[in-house]
Design a protein around this ligand. Structure first.
Ligand code: FCB
Length: 444
């Protein structure tokens, strides 16, 4: 293995979470309902009928959680703000109690020497906005910009960098196209306006943030796409999949245009949702960093049924996480090289905003240690290749509510007993702590 210490001086070590996955307290402090509260009520939607109603009770236990982060020696903590805590119905004046919660959290982090890196939207749309059409409505982008401004008015004096959206691809596909996540709509390709409206929301908020001298990132779920063979049909399918999963969410930001989606029978206006000037709004503010959420590569073959121009093929011959996701650490390096080759000078510095794995319910998570070591090694090799990588936030600090999988997938460095809320650091916690400390000693 390459020496992990090749990561550049000033590299930032972090961990990530998201509001609905850890906070609980869904009825407290004036919070309004989100689409996830509603979705979890739908019979069969979430494994074991689980919900984020209590989750890790982080809303009450955040001081203890900051203490864990301090022990880890984190530089950065990536978390998300629950829009329905800040604006219970997704519009209008801020709910003071909601902002007070994040204000205390930010101050607590700063007191512990940890830089807060908030995400403004990690999938928990206020239900009132979903009732008006959610991200299928253009108006939601403007509501988002208004909400973002309220959050930044309150916290922007202490929070230097902001992530606008988490994984608009996954929200589009799981939430709107397939209905596996909230809001549970199964619109297939008709959902594409929900991609454009999320990106428009990003652009509007980003302009405001940058106007205030703050840094802006977006956290995209990205995957290196591998064709199942050199057969032209497989290669064409891989290209089509790449356009949907990756390029749809980076080309407009970095190049100011949408990729060719003609393989899907979709024109450049994404079902009429793109208006004149929108792409300038999306790309215009620029990005101070690209957040990369990497979990695995994707193998793609020619379509087997007529609805889509691709079929997913299994990645074979590699270990799998408890979730069944293939473990391919070098895929992270491969992905960053693809991004560099594709975007050249337009590619902003990279922060890995999510990387991690679910394991069995164990404290002796050597599987996770190997996973993290492998991915950090791949990242160091990308850095050695000249790619500007600034930080790594592992998913996740705590075991938490894993969306449609409920509590069945444990991603944390810290074990959570969901009956008692007892936190117990796993073996990976000590490993990550020691790695961060060694890096700090090396770079002084
Ligand atoms: C990502 C999500 C994050 C978490 C991980 C496992 O897609 O952004 O909330 O669920 O997957």
């Amino acid at each position: 293995m390459t020496d992990r210490h090749d990561l550049p001086a000033g590299f930032r070590w972090g961990a990530s979470t998201a509001a609905y996955q850890i906070e609980g307290a869904v009825d407290e402090g004036g919070r309004g309902p989100s689409i996830w509260d509603t979705f979890c009520e739908r019979p069969g939607a979430v494994k074991n009928g689980d919900s984020g109603r209590t989750a890790c009770d982080h809303y009450h236990r955040w001081p203890e959680d900051i203490e864990l982060m301090r022990e880890l020696g984190l530089d950065t903590y990536r978390f998300s703000l629950a829009w329905p805590r800040v604006q219970p119905t997704g519009r209008g004046a801020a709910n003071a109690a909601g902002l007070d919660f994040y204000d205390r959290l930010v101050d607590g982090l700063l007191a512990a020497g940890i830089t807060p890196l908030p995400t403004l939207f990690h999938w928990d749309l206020p239900q009132a906005l979903e009732d008006e059409g959610g991200w299928m409505q253009r108006e939601t982008a403007f509501r988002f910009a208004e909400y973002a401004a309220l959050a930044v008015d309150r916290l922007g004096d202490r929070v230097p960098a902001w992530i606008t959206l988490n994984e608009p691809f996954v929200h589009l596909v799981y939430g709107y196209a397939l209905g596996i996540h909230a809001p549970g709509r199964a619109m297939m390709l008709d959902a594409l306006p929900a991609a454009h409206h999320q990106l428009l929301a990003h652009g509007l908020a980003a302009a405001d943030l940058r106007g205030r001298g703050l840094d802006v990132l977006i956290a995209n779920n990205l995957t290196p796409v591998r064709a199942a063979s050199e057969d032209p049909a497989d290669l064409a399918a891989a290209e089509a999949y790449d356009a949907l999963h990756n390029r749809l969410f980076t080309d407009p930001l970095l190049l100011g245009r949408y990729p060719d989606l003609s393989a899907y029978g979709v024109g450049p206006d994404l079902h009429g949702s793109v208006r004149d000037g929108d792409l300038a709004l999306i790309a215009g503010p620029g990005l101070d960093g690209l957040g990369v959420n990497y979990y695995n590569p994707t193998r793609i073959a020619a379509p087997t049924d007529p609805g889509l121009p691709f079929a997913e093929a299994p990645v074979e011959g590699v270990p799998r996480t408890h979730f069944g996701w293939p473990v391919v650490p070098d895929g992270l390096r491969e992905l960053l090289v693809i991004l560099r080759d594709r975007y050249g000078a337009a590619l902003p510095p990279i922060t890995v905003t999510e990387s991690g794995c679910s394991t069995d319910d164990t404290l002796d998570d050597t599987f996770r240690i190997d996973y993290l070591a492998g991915h950090l090694d791949a990242l160091a090799r990308a850095a050695a290749d000249g790619i500007d990588v600034r930080g790594y936030c592992t998913w996740s600090l705590l075991d938490n509510f894993e969306w449609a999988e409920g509590y069945s997938q444990r991603f944390g460095l810290v074990h959570v007993d969901f009956e008692t809320q007892k936190r117990t650091p796993k073996a990976s916690f000590a490993w990550y702590r020691d790695l961060i400390a060694a890096q700090a000693r090396r770079t002084g």
